[in-house]
Design a protein around this ligand. Sequence first.
Ligand code: C2E
Ligand code: MG
Ligand code: MG
Length: 727
Amino acid sequence: MSNVPPPVPMVRPKILLVDDLPANLVALKRLLSKVDAEIFTAGSGNDALVLTLDHDFAVALLDVHMPDMDGYEVAQLLRSEDRTRDMPIIFVTAAFKDEIHRLKGYDAGAVDYIEKPLSEAVLLSKVRVFLDLHRNRADLQRFLHLLEDANRRLSAEIEERRRSEEDSHQLAGTVFATSAEGIMICDADNLVIAVNPAFSRITGYQPTDVLGRDPRLLKSGQHDSAFYAGMWGQLRNTGHWQGEIWNKRKNDEIYPEWLSISVINNPDGSINKYVAIFSDITKRKEDEQQIWRQANYDGLTGLPNRALFLDRLSQALADAKRERHGIALMFVDLDHFKQVNDTLGHSIGDMLLQEAAERLGACIRENDTVSRLGGDEFTIIVKGVDAASDAVTVAEKVITSLSRPFSLEGRQASVGASIGITLFPDDASDEGSLLRNADMAMYRAKENGRNTFAFFTRDIDDKMQRLVTLGAELRHAIENDEFVVYYQPIMDARTLRVEGAEALVRWRNPRLGLVQPGEFIALAEETGLIGPLGDWVLRTACHEAVQWQRPGRPPVSLAVNLSNRQSRQGLGRFIEQATEVLGECGLAPDLLKFEITESFIIEESQEMHGWLRRIRDMGIHLSIDDFGTGYSSLSYLRRFPVDIVKVDRSFVAEIHANADDAALVKAIISMAHGLRMKVVAEGVEDRQQLAFLQSADCDLVQGYYFRKPVPAEEFRKFLDGQDQPKG
Ligand code: C2E
Ligand code: MG
Ligand code: MG
C-alpha cells in the first residue's frame, strides 16, 4: 500500500492571512471576498502556526515584516513541519522590493510575492492559481484514493479467485483420483493425456500403458464403424455423446460400460480436450439379464416360457409371411403326468419335466422353439412346414421320445404325449388363434386315447364353441330341472341277475337334446357346479332306488359316481347330505356304493382317511372306478376301506385282441379276491368277453351287452321283466 494521505473531503478551500496590522487584514479579507474560499486571519506568526494545526490551508498570505516573528521565520517553521511543508506561501510586502529580499523569501519557502499597494487583479489571480492547485491536488488525492481502494478490492478479489480456483482444482483432483467412474482425458488429437485410478481398475490399463495413445486400444470389435461414426458425428455437432458401449479390458475381456464423452472447447471454438467418463455396467447388465431370463424362461426346465413363446411365435409368423413358408404349432400335453406327481412326489415330477424338456429339445431342429407354458404343457414352433406330413414326422418323433420310460432317482415312470397340431397359414394366421387351435386339437388327441396327435379341424372348433355355450347354459340347468339320471344295470356274472345299477347323469338341453356327461362333467367341475349337481344326483337316485326294492326280489344296489372335485369341495358336507338323504328315503346304506377314482384318494390325507372310514362306518361301500388307468396298485388300495374294484372298460375291450390285457384282467381279479374285494368288469359288449370274465371268476359285469344306461322308468321295467320266471 502507498503513503497516500487520507482522502481530502470536498470542502471550501481555506486561505490564511497573517499580518500584525488589523487594518491590512481587513483590507486583504475584503479583496479576497470575491474568491470561493474560507478566510482565516492571524495577527502574528505564532497565531498563524497555531491555526495550521487545525486547518489545511490552500494558500497562506504572509506579511514579511512583523514584530515578534517575521514572515521568513514563520515560513521556515511551516516548511519544517510535515503537515505544512507543501503549503503555498505568498509573501505580501511593501518594504523589501529588491531582488535580495526576494531571494531570501524564496529560500524561506515562498512560492510568490505580492507587493503593496495591492492590486486586486494581481492578488486574485495569484490566489486563484493556488486555490486551483489546491483543488486539483485534492481531486488527485481523491482519485488516488479511489484507485487505491479499487486496487485493494481487486487484489482481494484476485486472491479470493485464486483461492477458489485452487480449491476447485484441488476438488477436481480429489474427484479424479477417488471417483468410482473411470475418467480418461484426451487432447485435441484424441490422444490420452490423463486417466484416473478407476480407469485402471476397470480397464486393467495403467497410465503408462495408455498415455499418449489413441483410445481405440479399448475397442471391443463389437460395434461397427457406423456406430463410431454416429458417436463422432454427435460429438462434433453437440459436443456430447453418451450411451452404452462394449469395450475390451487389457486382459481381452469384453465388458459393457456406460460412457459419456464431453468436448471441451477453447475460447475460439476449437477443440481443447475430450473428457470421457464411464462406469463398468457388467453387474447391471447381468442383473438385467437375470431379470430378463426370469421374465422369459421357465425356471424349472430352462425353456422359453409363455411370454417368450408368444414373442417367438409372432416373430416366426412375421418371417413365414415374408418368406411365404408354413409353420406348424404343436401343443404337447404329457399324459398321466398328474399321477406321476401324485404317486412319486413333486420332486420326481419336476425331474420328469426337466427330462421331458430335454427330450423335446432333441426332437426339433435348431431353428424351432420348444416352450413350457406351465405344468405339463409344452409348445413347439416348427418352421418351414410346407405339408402336414412335415408336422407328422416331428409329432411322431416326440411321441416316441416321450413314451420311453423315465428313470428318475431309481424310480420308473411312464408318461406319453398328446399333441395338438395346427398349421399356419391354413388354420389361422395370428398367435392367439393358432395357440387356441393347437390346444383344442390336443384335447382331441386325448379323447382319441392319448399318446397320439391330432390336427386342428373345423369340427374341433365347433366342438369348442359348443363347449363354450354349454358352459354358459350349464349354470341354469339345475334350476331349470334339465338333468335326468339314467341307470345301467350291473349284473351278477354267474347268475346274470341284476345286482344293482349305476346312476349316470344326463342333461336334457332344450336346444341340443340329450347331452352326455363326458361333455359337461368336466365343465361342471371347472365351474364348481359339480357340488350341487352331485347332491341332486344322489338324492334323485336314492329316491329312485327305494322303488326298486320288492319283497321276494333280491336287494338292488345303487352306485353313484363321485367327482374328485366333489371331494375337494367338501366330502364332509356330501356325507352329511348322504346321511340326510338315506334317512329321508329309507334306502339301506348297505345298498349304496360310491364310485371314486384312484386319483380321488391319491392325495392321501388324514382327513381323507377319516371321511372314507366314516363312509364305511355308515355301511356305504366304496368302489374304485376305471381301475387300471391310474397308477395305484391293489396293495396300495388296501390302505383304504375299498371293497369293490371296477376294471376299466379299455382292458375288457382288449381281452380277445390283446393277451397282455387278458392276463392283466385275470391277475386283477385274483389279487382283488386275495384282498377280499369284489370285481366289476365295465364295458362288456359281447358274449366272448362275458365268457372270459366268467371263467376268470369275475364277480359282476356291466355293459352294453346287457343294457345301455336307460331312464328310471325303463330300468324299472327291466327289473320287472327279470322278475318274470323265464319261460
Ligand atoms: P363311468 O363311471 O365309468 O361310467 C361308465 C360309463 O361307461 C358310462 O358312460 C356308460 O354309459 C359307459 N358304458 C357302460 N357300458 C359300456 C359299454 O359296454 N361300452 C361302452 N363303450 N361304454 C359303456 P357315461 O354315462 O357317458 O358316463 C361317463 C362318465 O361320466 C362316467 O364314467 C362317470 O365318470 C361320469 N359320470 C356320469 N354320471 C355322473 C355323475 O352323476 N356324477 C359324476 N361325478 N360323474 C358322472
Ligand atoms: Mg362310474
Ligand atoms: Mg368307469
